[in-house]
Design a protein around this ligand. Structure first.
Ligand SMILES: Cc1cc2nc3c(=O)[nH]c(=O)nc-3n(C[C@H](O)[C@H](O)[C@H](O)COP(=O)(O)O)c2cc1C
Length: 201
C-alpha cells in the first residue's frame, strides 16, 4: 500500500480544505494517508482581527504538526502552501528549512512529490509558488509528478504545475467543482505513479 503524507500550511483555512479533499481522494485511491499541518508561527493575538485565520487556528492547533519523519515515512508527499508575494508562506519555508539533516542523509530522495496552492487573485503567483517549491524538491532528488494536462479537468483548471484555488477578493470563495476535481485527479495520479515505482523496484 502506498504511504502518502499531505503536509500543508494554511492561515485562513483554504489550504486546510484542500488538504482534506486531496487526502480523502488519496485514501479512495488506496493509499495509507497521513495529514499533517505545519504549525502556525505567529502569535494568535496578531491575527485576532481576522475571523477566518482565528477559526482555522483554533480548528487545527491541537492536531499533530508535520515533522521530517512524515516525509521519511512516506512513498509520496503532497505539499500545500498559500501563495504569499508569489512564493510559499514563511511557516511552510521554515518547515522546509528544518529538513537539512534528512536531506544530507538522502532521506528525502526518491519519493514522489506534488503540490497545491491558493491565492486571492487569478495570476496572483500560483505558478511561481509551485515552481519555487519544486526547486527545493529537485535539491532533494525528489521525483516530481505534476499533473500536466493528463486529464480533461486540467484544461478546465488550467494549471499543469499542480492544483491551485483562487480565494477571491474577500478571500471567501468556496472550493469549486473544478478545483475539487483537480485535487482528486492530483491525488489519484500521485498514488498511481508511486505504486508503479514501488512495483518496479
Ligand atoms: C502576506 C500575504 C501575502 C500574500 N500574497 C499574495 C499574492 O502574492 N498573490 C495573491 O493573489 N494573494 C496573496 N495573498 C493572499 C493569500 O494567497 C490567500 O489569502 C491564501 O491563498 C489563503 O490560503 P489559506 O486560507 O490556506 O491561508 C497573500 C496573503 C498574505 C497574508
Amino acid at each position: 500500500m502506498t504511504k502518502l503524507s499531505v503536509i500543508y500550511y494554511s492561515a485562513t483555512g483554504h489550504g486546510t480544505a484542500m488538504a482534506d479533499r486531496v487526502s480523502k481522494a488519496a485514501q479512495s485511491a488506496g493509499a495509507d494517508v497521513r495529514v499533517r499541518h505545519i504549525a502556525e508561527t505567529r502569535d494568535p493575538a496578531t491575527f485576532a482581527g481576522n475571523p477566518a485565520w482565528s477559526a482555522n487556528y483554533e480548528a487545527t492547533k491541537d492536531l499533530p504538526a508535520a515533522t521530517g519523519d512524515d516525509i521519511v515515512w512516506a512513498d509520496a508527499v503532497i505539499f500545500g502552501s498559500p501563495t504569499r508575494f508569489g512564493s510559499t508562506a514563511s511557516p511552510f519555508q521554515t518547515f522546509v528549512d528544518t529538513l537539512g539533516g534528512l536531506w544530507m542523509q538522502g532521506q528525502l530522495a526518491n519519493k514522489v512529490y506534488a503540490a497545491f496552492t491558493s491565492s486571492q487573485t487569478l495570476h496572483g503567483g500560483q505558478e511561481t509558488t509551485l515552481t519555487s517549491l519544486y526547486t527545493s524538491l529537485m535539491h532533494w532528488g525528489g521525483i516530481l509528478v505534476p499533473p500536466g494536462y493528463t486529464d480533461p479537468v486540467k484544461f478546465a483548471d488550467g494549471n499543469p504545475y499542480g492544483v491551485s484555488k483562487v480565494t477571491g477578493p474577500d478571500n471567501q470563495n468556496p472550493l469549486d467543482d473544478t478545483t475539487t476535481a483537480a485535487l482528486d485527479h492530483l491525488a489519484t495520479r500521485v498514488v498511481a505513479v508511486a505504486g508503479k515505482l514501488a512495483g518496479a523496484s
